[in-house]
Write a protein that binds this ligand. Sequence first.
Ligand SMILES: *Cc1c(COP(=O)(O)O)cnc(C)c1O
Length: 378
Amino acid sequence: MVAIQMVDLKRQYAHIKQEVDSAIQNVIDNTAFINGPDVAAFGNELAQYLGVKHVIPCANGTDALQIALMALGLKPGDEVITPSFTYIATVEVVALLNLQPIFVDVDMDTMTMNIDSLKAAITPKTKAIIPVHLYGQSAHMEPLLAIAKEHQIPVVEDNAQAIGGSYTFSDGTTKMNGSMGTIGCTSFFPSKNLGCYGDGGAIFTNDDALAEELKMIANHGQKVRYYHERVGCNSRLDTIQAAVLRIKLKHLDRYNNARRSAADFYDTAFANHPNIKTPFRAAYTKHVFHQYTIQLHQVDRDALIQYLAVHKIPSMIYYPVSSHEQKMLANFGGANFKLPTTDALNKCVLSLPIHSELSQEELTFITETVLNGIKAQQ
Ligand SMILES: *Cc1c(COP(=O)(O)O)cnc(C)c1O
């Protein structure tokens, strides 16, 4: 058995090596490094896949979020509602733009934005809501979008962890994650469900005027070369990355299904265990398991991590410190927010290896070792 990884990109590459190598070579042969034809082609293919009108490729997922907020015309001090239980990038861009992050709690089950907390957090100064489709499961978008609509607040979906997943509304319509809000954002960081071989990101919208604005911001605030209408940034997806992504997009559903099968295996092995709560799968979402994150009860988590490490099984805490408690946000009053579910989750979550290449043998070894590790504590 090869060493188990949280994410095994080497094995995934082995299956698509010829395709990828020739696509990269093609970019080099054409020296089409910046804005080569693969960038636009990938944008169109992704738009088609997501069922969204516009895809604006950019340099990474953090830029995608920043550019999205810049396009909404917010003013310093405007309030932006986000979960604290997320990767820091979601919140960092809010602070970077001198907007005020308003942290709301998450559900214990889904670990995504709690709708009652969202309702309670809305004020006349709320100018955006950023739901995060955490670990591969979409936030509860139907009630969230209804609240946003009622108050006319734009919604920016952080879809860095759930591309290829979807949400089904009560009328039966299903939409892809990232296509439901005013703007959707994603990351193509190598370990994401759709990852490239470096940094990358993209922004989605169905709004023509917003699409123009997003494109302009990502391109130094210019529509016409050398005529700069507003302060923007320089955020491009490299052609080499777009070429890789065009190939991997064709395999995305298969990759996500492999992740879901691995999650099924874990669920079965851990079913009804008194110390393990397996990831809750909300009926309204297709979970694409960017992470397989269990909640541990009455288990010494650090000791279990150690036990797994001794058996060469990696595991991770996503995330050990929640955003509102980061030093970075002290000046934004982060510590003043009281988020009991977020605090409880921080202490009990543990993410196990999950990726598109896990074998039954590896899954058996991981689940047996987790169960033995917990038993050893009792
Ligand atoms: C990865 C990630 C980002 C940032 O993406 P980068 O490409 O690394 O900048 C933002 N939000 C969430 C939830 C993420 O997981």
